[in-house]
Design a binder for this molecule. Structure first.
Ligand code: ZN
Length: 602
């Protein structure tokens, strides 16, 4: 990060850090992982970059126990004083460290809390192999500060080296250069040479093994999961090559996937060099791999050019969704990518309806000050952001848009970007070359107004048009077994299920289930689209499968709508509470935080 970039950053409402005075530039981390006490303990040494005459370093923390702090230079450090600010439920606490004159680094001896929100500690029964415990982190959006005292703002980047000690015969992995073999001592060394923001700090520890897919790609997973994962993601190298063809060279050397236990709260997390993914995309037929294309695309949009604050989240996600669908189109053709576009658009319309026509949360540029960014971030950043780029493509053509995006990534690599700077860049590099284009695009309405501007082109899919015809036929009396479903992908099934009327009686669902075994589908997306209908109809043959799904899977995208549907069903409150009591220990805090509120447990 250059000095000028640091000085021009907008204030981050979710960080106590003052990077414009002194910023962190390199981390030396030494951590021991204790599965008995559910804590990490060690020393974080931050090497600093002074932007002025600052005498204090401001860091973010939450629930950390600080034992000692020294400051000085790489040859000598002396104890220094520090002060913790008043705790805030969302932001945690500031850690204000006195810097002696000329101090170029500080070392913090600390320990995490067993309740650290970023960390999920699984006992052996909660893993696929049932042999060893498991630990993984989820730092986005502002949870890195629960396991590392840091400048926890996406506008601050640093490189790092780490030593991590784990129980013997377990493997540790980070968002860094990673080991491919376990060692008997359980001590691992990591190096991340490209500067990253704190939310991309990641650690996973477990009974893990590795299989290479190509010279620069591979899969980490529990040994029992590894064969299925290796087969599911066989196209990984092709994906990386397709992405590079679109928007320039991959900048992070290796690209590996880590398949986590099912309690991982998200579909994926784009931790650099090592994407974390949910096992719920192991469908057996490679039908849910667009999620991997999404995380891979973040290697450019997000990890290379990073939203400066969470208010600018659409710059990470809108570009990534657009890029993801372009990768999928390159690999599997336009009709396939069109299905993904329509599914995304359906989700966007649903979110717009939920938030209402006047909601400022449907602007691309958000105002999340005073709110937990994890709760404020929704489909808008992803799908409305993508839709803006799709509209631009519609107006100027792909060739020019692709050249713009490629240059945008190249020129701002390893830097952060806020909405105002992006718009200035977009004007200068693209819009101003086409008189009247900015007005035609209705740029201001996309960024600072609710809803979708009228210029947005329609989103359609021929394959889904055929699904809709089948749906009409079935509703008109054609038996399930006569529908032309043989070639349907899981996307067609999901679209079909989304299109079913809300009030279908149980015997109609039974007829579908007998023909297509939906209740026993191995595809998580199909199950998540099916269960709301079975709950609404009181179709009891699906109840056990639903409960098993809620107990096994911790992915919030599935849990929230399913618990809502369960709460709305007859006896739903009691059933939801009973399942939640059983399932909650298996959920990460970002999932249980949302569900506690939904189920009145907070
Ligand atoms: Zn994303």
């Amino acid at each position: 990060m250059s000095t000028s970039a640091a000085l021009s950053l907008p204030a981050d409402p979710h960080s106590y850090a003052r990077p414009a005075e002194v910023s962190v530039r390199h981390l030396l981390l030494d951590l021991s992982v204790d599965f008995r006490s559910h804590t990490l303990a060690g020393i974080a040494t931050w090497q600093l970059q002074h932007q002025g005459e600052a005498t204090e370093l401001w860091l973010d923390t939450r629930n950390l126990q600080i034992d000692a702090i020294t400051a000085g230079n790489e040859h000598r450090e002396e104890p220094t004083t520090w002060e913790n600010g008043t705790p805030d439920a969302i932001r945690g606490q500031s850690l204000r460290i006195q810097l002696p004159v000329g101090a170029s680094q500080v070392s913090i001896r600390y320990r995490t809390s067993p309740q650290a929100a970023a960390l999920q500690w699984l006992n052996p029964e909660q893993t696929a192999g049932h042999q060893q415990p498991f630990l993984f982190t989820q730092s986005q959006a502002i949870l890195a500060r629960t396991w590392l005292p840091c400048q926890d703002s996406p506008g601050v980047r640093f490189t790092y080296e780490a030593t991590v000690r784990v129980p013997a015969h377990m493997l540790a992995l980070m968002s860094a250069e990673n080991p491919q073999m376990r060692n008997a001592l359980g001590e691992y060394h990591f190096r991340m040479a490209q500067p990253i923001p704190a939310y991309l700090m990641a650690l996973a520890v477990g009974d893990l093994a590795f299989t290479p897919l190509s010279g620069r790609t591979g899969i980490y997973a529990e040994p029992v999961t590894l064969p299925a994962a290796t087969s599911e993601f066989a196209d990984l190298e092709k994906m990386v090559a397709a992405a590079e063809e679109l928007y320039g060279p991959y900048q992070w050397e290796r690209y590996d996937l880590l398949v986590l236990p099912p309690s991982f709260p998200f579909g994926g997390m784009e931790n650099p060099r090592l994407t974390f993914v949910t096992p719920t995309i192991l469908a057996g037929d490679r039908s849910l791999t667009s999620l991997v294309a999404h995380e891979l695309a973040h290697s450019w949009s997000g990890n290379l050019v990073t939203n400066a604050t969470w208010n600018d989240f659409w710059l990470n996600e809108g570009f990534t969704v657009y890029f993801e669908r372009r990768i999928m189109e390159k690999l599997y053709g336009r009709p396939y990518a069109d299905m993904l576009q329509v599914l995304g658009h359906t989700a966007l319309l649903h979110t717009l309806e939920e938030l209402g026509p006047a909601s400022a949360d449907t602007h691309l540029h958000l105002n999340l000050a005073g709110r937990d960014p994890d709760e404020g971030l929704n489909e808008i950043a992803y799908e409305k952001g993508d839709y803006l780029l799709l509209t631009l493509e519609h107006l100027i053509g792909r060739e020019e848009l692709d050249a713009f995006i490629k240059e945008y990534f190249t020129r701002h690599r390893f830097q952060s970007m806020d909405t105002a700077s992006f718009i200035a860049y977009l004007r200068h590099e693209l819009l101003d070359k086409h008189p009247g284009l900015e007005e035609e695009l209705q740029l201001a309405a996309w960024v600072n107004a609710p809803g979708i501007p009228a210029i947005a082109p329609p989103v359609t899919s021929e394959r889904f048009d055929r699904v809709e015809q089948s749906l009409q036929d079935w509703l008109g009396g054609t038996p399930s077994t006569l529908l032309p479903t043989q070639e349907w992908s899981s996307h067609e099934w999901v679209h079909f299920l989304h299109g079913l009327p809300d009030n279908l009686p149980a015997p109609r669902l039974a007829e579908l289930d007998a023909a297509f075994q939906l209740t026993h589908s191995g595809n998580s997306e199909i199950l998540a689209a099916w269960f709301p209908h079975t709950l609404a109809a009181g179709y009891q043959p699906a109840d056990a499968a639903l409960e098993a799904f809620l107990i096994r899977v911790g992915r919030r995208k599935f849990l929230v709508p399913l618990y809502k549907a369960l709460l709305a069903a007859s006896d739903g409150h009691e059933r939801a509470q009973a399942v939640y009591t059983q399932a909650r220990p298996n959920y990460h805090s970002v999932a249980s935080g949302t569900l506690d509120a939904l189920l009145g447990r907070s």
